[in-house]
Design a protein around this ligand. Sequence first.
Ligand SMILES: [Zn+2]
Length: 274
Amino acid sequence: MTEEVAKRLEALNKKLQNFLDNPWIMRTKPFHVVGDVYFVGNNYVSSFLIASEEGLILIDTAFAESAYLLFDGIRALGFNPADIRCLFLSHGHFDHCGAARLIHEYSGCEIFLGKEDHMFFTERPDLILFENHVPRFTIHRAYDYDKPMDFGNVVITPVHTPGHTPGTTSFFIETRHGGKIVICAMHGGLGLNGLSKDELRDNRLPESLQQEYLDSLLALQKKKVDVVLASHAHQYNMLERAALDDGSGEVFLDKENGWYKMLDKNIESIREMM
Ligand SMILES: [Zn+2]
């Protein structure tokens, strides 16, 4: 591992350990985004709640340690966490799936995770990162990629976007907002951490993940997107946008090609890395 990568990883690990030790410092107010989509995450990692006619759907749980913030946020918006029917996980890292076991025990929800990340919970728990902080849970389903899942008022299409992890999954959510259907998109793992040749070798993952990451971003560029949902709020300044929202959700409509710019930036970075 190069010195630069080691330094970057050390800083990230320090920050994450601080969150695990002091989860309340991540607290942020939950808010309505557009249509039937709500933000119930914290200021580091996002969780989205989707109020479908067939029950609540949660995308990502954040950390086990911050589960109380998640439950609190869902209730603050007038929903009951016991009504969660499906938990969609974007990938198998601890900051996105840490509270999966707790959510399942509380609600009885079905847990979905991309097939290629299932190995994190069998032969490769080292890839979960901070694995001791993830109470073991049962994965009930893998995604059927590119097949729209119809929940009545909401349609969700999972798309395989490997790279950040082999099973990273992105979501395209069709919801009705302001009298028309809008498409919200959440990339399941944009982070380039773990994708350098050194890190891939250290983690015993194939170097081809770099190419898969690039290819998946290029494919996503062809999608039509109205609203960007960031899996880490800062990737699209979601908290700053929420502060400016007048209740219409206008601030979340992607009028400045933010989706494409976000992908472009990472396409450039991965090409540099390759
Ligand atoms: Zn991750």
